[in-house]
Design a protein around this ligand. Structure first.
Ligand code: FRU
Length: 498
C-alpha cells in the first residue's frame, strides 16, 4: 500500500487529474459504489502486463471523486475463471445473509473461463462480499449464481435495489441484447425479459449495461429510465467501441424504449469514452447520478504509447435528463469538486476577437480547464488550439456553417501506434440566442469537451509532446464575441504524493 501511494505519477502522458492505475493495464470501471463516506472504484486490471490479459479487479477509493487513494487488488481469478466487469451494491438489509444482520458490500461480476468438457469459452455470474468497507473480499462459495449456456457473451451484470418491488434487479449483456433478472437475495435470479435485438446500434457486441431512473428537467413527478449499452469494436467501423443509451420506462420486469428502434443516442461523441457506468448507493439527499467511463477505445487500447501503465478514466460526471424539441436526452457535466484543483490564470469579459487575433497569447499550460460563453457574430468557425507547438495542436471548435462542434486530433502528437487515431470528428449542437458555451478539460493525454448545457460531450485521448503547451482562441471568417472566458491551470491530484 505504501508503495502504491508513493509513486510519483509523473511519467510521460501520465494523467494528472484523471484516474489511472499505479501500474499495468486497466480497462472498464467496475463495482462503483458509495459506502460510509467513500466512493469506491474498481476496474478491469491485468497486474502482469500493460496489455489486456487475465482480469482482476483493481481498487481505488475517493472521498470527493477527484483525489484517489490506490488500494491493493480486490478480486483475483479463481476456480471459476478470471474476473470480468460487474457492479457492487450495499446490502442494506443483509438480504444475502453475508453480514450477520449488518450491512456490507456485495460485488456481482462475470467470471470467464472455458467449459472443461467442451473446451468452449463460457461466462457466468458470481458474487463476492466485503465486511470491511471494501478492503478485503471473499468469493461466495456458491458461485456461479447465474448462467445461461445459450450465450457465449453473457456478461457485465449491473445490479440495483428496486425499491418499488422490494427486490434486486439486474441488467446484463447477452450477445446482441440486454437481459433483465430479479432476485430477493442476490443469489437466486429469475429471468424477466430481454431488450434490444432490433433496437439502437449493433455495430459491435453489446456490453456493460446500466439501468437507472432520473427526473426529467428536475421534476421528481416526471421520471424516466435510462438504459446505457456499450457496443464493442468492429473492424469495419472507424469509430470503434462506443456507448449508446436508450430512454424509456421500466416496470421492474421490462424496459420499453420511448424512441424509434432505429434511432441511436450516443453518450459521448468522442472516441474515448467506453464502458461508462454509474455509482450505486449515492445517498438520496445527494441524489446525483454519477458516471465514469474508460478513456480508451478497443480499436487501439492495447497500443497507446504509455510505458508503466495503460488506461485512464474520464472525469466523473453528473447525469441529468432534459426535455427538448428532439425528445428527452441526457446532459452531463463534470463533478463540482474539480474546482478545488483550479488556479485561475486568465479571465476575459466582453472581448471581440477578429480573425488573426489570439486573446490567449502568451499563456502556456499542460493541464487546464477553459470555460467560455461565446457570442456568434458571423464568424464561420471558432475554436481553441490546445497543447500547441510548431508541429502539434489539438483543435476543439465550432463550425457555424454546419452547426457542429468538432475535435481535431489529426496533428495532436504521437499517433503512429494506430492508423485510425489521427482523426477529426464532430457532432451537432443547437445554439440558442447566438450564444455557445464550451467547457474543455485538457490533461497530459486527453481532452474532454462539454458543449451547451452539457447536451454534448466529446472525450478524446491525445499524446502531445511535453513541450507542446501553447494555447490559442481563434475566429475564422468573421468576428466572435467573448461574453466570458476563464482559463485555469488544473493542479495535479498526485502532487501531494511526490
Ligand atoms: C468491455 C469488456 C466487458 C468485459 C471486460 C473484459 O470493455 O469487454 O464486456 O467484461 O471488458 O475485460
Amino acid at each position: 500500500m505504501d508503495l502504491l501511494n508513493t509513486l510519483t505519477y509523473d511519467e510521460t502522458y501520465r494523467p494528472q487529474f484523471h484516474y489511472s492505475p499505479p501500474a499495468q493495464w486497466m480497462n472498464d470501471p467496475n463495482g462503483m459504489v458509495y459506502y460510509e463516506g467513500e466512493y469506491h472504484l474498481f476496474y478491469q486490471h491485468h497486474p502482469g502486463s500493460t496489455v489486456w490479459g487475465p482480469m482482476h479487479w483493481g481498487h481505488a477509493v475517493s472521498k470527493d471523486l477527484v483525489r484517489w487513494e490506490q488500494h491493493p487488488i480486490a478480486l483475483r481469478p479463481d476456480r471459476n475463471g478470471t474476473v470480468f466487469s460487474g457492479s457492487a451494491v450495499v446490502d442494506w438489509k443483509d438480504s444475502s445473509g453475508f453480514f450477520g444482520g449488518g450491512t456490507g458490500l456485495v460485488a456481482i461480476f462475470t467470471q470467464d473461463d472455458s467449459d472443461p468438457e467442451t473446451g468452449e469459452s463460457r461466462q457466468r455470474q458470481s458474487l463476492a462480499y466485503s465486511k470491511d468497507k471494501g478492503r478485503t473480499w471473499a468469493m461466495f462459495a456458491g458461485n456461479p449464481v447465474l448462467t445461461d449456456a445459450r450465450f457465449t457473451d453473457f456478461r457485465d451484470p449491473k445490479v440495483f435495489w428496486d425499491e418499488r418491488r422490494g427486490r434486486w434487479a439486474m441488467a446484463i449483456a447477452a450477445g446482441d441484447r440486454i437481459a433483465f433478472y430479479t432476485s430477493p437475495d442476490l443469489k437466486e435470479w429469475t429471468f424477466r425479459s430481454e431488450f434490444g435485438q432490433t433496437e439502437g446500434s449493433h455495430d459491435g457486441v453489446w456490453e456493460c449495461p446500466d439501468l437507472f431512473e432520473l427526473p426529467v428537467d428536475g421534476d421528481e413527478r416526471r421520471r424516466k429510465w435510462v438504459l446505457i449499452v456499450s457496443i464493442g469494436d468492429n473492424p469495419d467501423e472507424p469509430a470503434g467501441s462506443r456507448t449508446q443509451y436508450f430512454v424509456g420506462s421500466f416496470d421492474g420486469d421490462k424496459f420499453v424504449n420511448e424512441n424509434d428502434g432505429d434511432s441511436v443516442l450516443w453518450l459521448d461523441h468522442g472516441r474515448d469514452n467506453y464502458a461508462a457506468v454509474t455509482w450505486s448507493d449515492v445517498p438520496g439527499d445527494d441524489g446525483r447520478r454519477l458516471l465514469i467511463g474508460w478513456m480508451s477505445n478497443w480499436k487501439y487500447a492495447n497500443q497507446t504509447p504509455t510505458d508503466a501503465w495503460r488506461g485512464a478514466l474520464t472525469l466523473p460526471r453528473v447525469l441529468e435528463l432534459r426535455s427538448g424539441a428532439a425528445g428527452t436526452r441526457l446532459v452531463q457535466k463534470p463533478v463540482d469538486d474539480i474546482v478545488t484543483l483550479r488556479e485561475s490564470v486568465r479571465e476575459l469579459r466582453d472581448v471581440t476577437v477578429k480573425e488573426g487575433e489570439n486573446p490567449l497569447a502568451g499563456l502556456e499550460a499542460e493541464c487546464l480547464e477553459i470555460t467560455a460563453e461565446l457570442e456568434l457574430r458571423g464568424a464561420e468557425e471558432l475554436g481553441f488550439r490546445v497543447r500547441k507547438s510548431g508541429a502539434e495542436e489539438t483543435v476543439v471548435g465550432y463550425d457555424a456553417s454546419t452547426g457542429r462542434v468538432f475535435v481535431d486530433r489529426s496533428r495532436s502528437g504521437q499517433s503512429d501506434f494506430h492508423e485510425g487515431f489521427a482523426c477529426r470528428h464532430e457532432a451537432d449542437i443547437t445554439v440558442r440566442d447566438g450564444r455557445l458555451r464550451l467547457q474543455l478539460f485538457v490533461d497530459r493525454s486527453s481532452v474532454e469537451v462539454f458543449a451547451g448545457e452539457g447536451e454534448l460531450a466529446m472525450t478524446d485521448l491525445i499524446f502531445p509532446s511535453a513541450g507542446s503547451m501553447g494555447l490559442e482562441f481563434y475566429a475564422k471568417g468573421g468576428e466572435i464575441g467573448i461574453v466570458s472566458m476563464s482559463v485555469s491551470v488544473i493542479k495535479s491530484i498526485w502532487q501531494e504524493a511526490r
